[in-house]
Design a binder for this molecule. Structure first.
Ligand SMILES: C[S@@+](CC[C@H](N)C(=O)[O-])C[C@H]1O[C@@H](n2cnc3c(N)ncnc32)[C@H](O)[C@@H]1O
Length: 279
């Protein structure tokens, strides 16, 4: 790849999605973007960059940005953020939100839907204990292609075998040929929406629980702290934030603090952690 093409693509990707591509990741640009170039009959990555530079290339820019997203996800990923939701967060919030009887949950980089559907299944399992409550689950992502897949709720055998307990699979999925479709009542609990975390988030509501997992890893420090700052503004001071296992707020944001004894769980710095702490 020509250095000027690498420079153009890495600058564009950082600006459009926050993705950092360093020179050790040239292979990633090649493997993800050569198919895009071929599909548009362009002469390799130089041809693609030339096309991106032309005025009116917005659709191609979007396609390239989407092609560079990593959409890996699976049901109940890492277990802890779902176990602690069940064991710590929901029991506390059931009391603290008793007056309004509603919970707003946001999956900020929801990918193919396994994360929001894992949450829906947890809530569905407890339905009878929450009479009169409304659960709003908003699932957003920058990649429209993956949001479409998420909304369809159709998964391969491999995908349903990754992390999903067999009883849940039997209860909430039906087989369609080689694929498995999530049941309509679980699917309808989740609202999908395009959202770029680099954009303003102020049009969103305020959330009680935010899952922003395995997306900050792709950003540089400055972008991470800006995104966390904006997320904090969409939370109450007693709301909960979950980050991925390889992510942290330490050294990045003063807006949040890790919750003692709860891996991957964070709270606004001005919130009272006592109800959630495990010693
Ligand atoms: C590895 S997946 C994580 C999925 C899920 N949260 C999980 O942990 O299993 C990362 C997702 O972040 C999305 N993403 C990347 N940059 C983004 C941005 N700037 N705004 C919103 N979503 C973004 C990608 O499209 C991808 O679906």
């Amino acid at each position: 790849m020509r250095p000027e093409d690498f420079q153009y693509l890495s600058t564009m990707l950082k600006q459009k999605s926050g993705l950092i591509v360093n020179d050790q990741k040239v292979y990633l640009l090649e493997s993800r973007l050569m198919p895009v170039a071929r599909q548009h009959n362009l002469d390799g990555l130089s041809g693609l960059v030339e096309a991106l530079r032309r005025p009116g290339s917005d659709a191609l820019v979007k396609e390239v940005t989407e092609a560079m997203t990593t959409n890996e996800s699976f049901f109940f990923r890492d277990n802890t953020p779902f176990d602690s939701l069940k064991e710590s967060v929901l029991p506390v919030m059931k009391k603290s939100r008793e007056a309004k009887k509603s919970l707003n949950i946001w999956c900020a980089a929801a990918s193919s839907g396994q994360e929001p559907y894992s949450i829906s299944m947890i809530l569905k399992e407890q339905e009878k204990d929450w009479p009169g409550w409304r659960f709003n689950i908003l699932a957003t992502d920058i990649c429209t292609k993956i949001l479409k897949k998420a909304g369809e709720g159709l998964y391969s055998q491999f995908e349903v075998q990754r992390g999903l307990p067999i009883q849940m699979m039997m209860k909430y999925f039906t087989q369609e040929g080689d694929l498995w479709r999530i049941s309509p009542d679980i699917r309808m609990m989740v609202k999908y929406q395009y959202l770029n975390l680099l954009d303003s988030l102020s049009g969103l509501q305020t959330f009680d629980i935010v899952y922003c997992r395995n997306v900050l890893i792709y950003f540089d420090q400055e972008t991470k702290s800006q995104v966390l700052f904006k997320i904090r503004k969409q939370m109450h001071k007693d709301s909960i934030l979950y980050l991925g296992a390889a992510e942290t707020v330490l050294g990045i944001s003063d807006d949040f603090k890790p919750v003692k004894g709860q891996r991957g769980m964070y709270m606004p710095s001005d919130g009272d952690q006592t109800p959630y702490q495990k010693v």
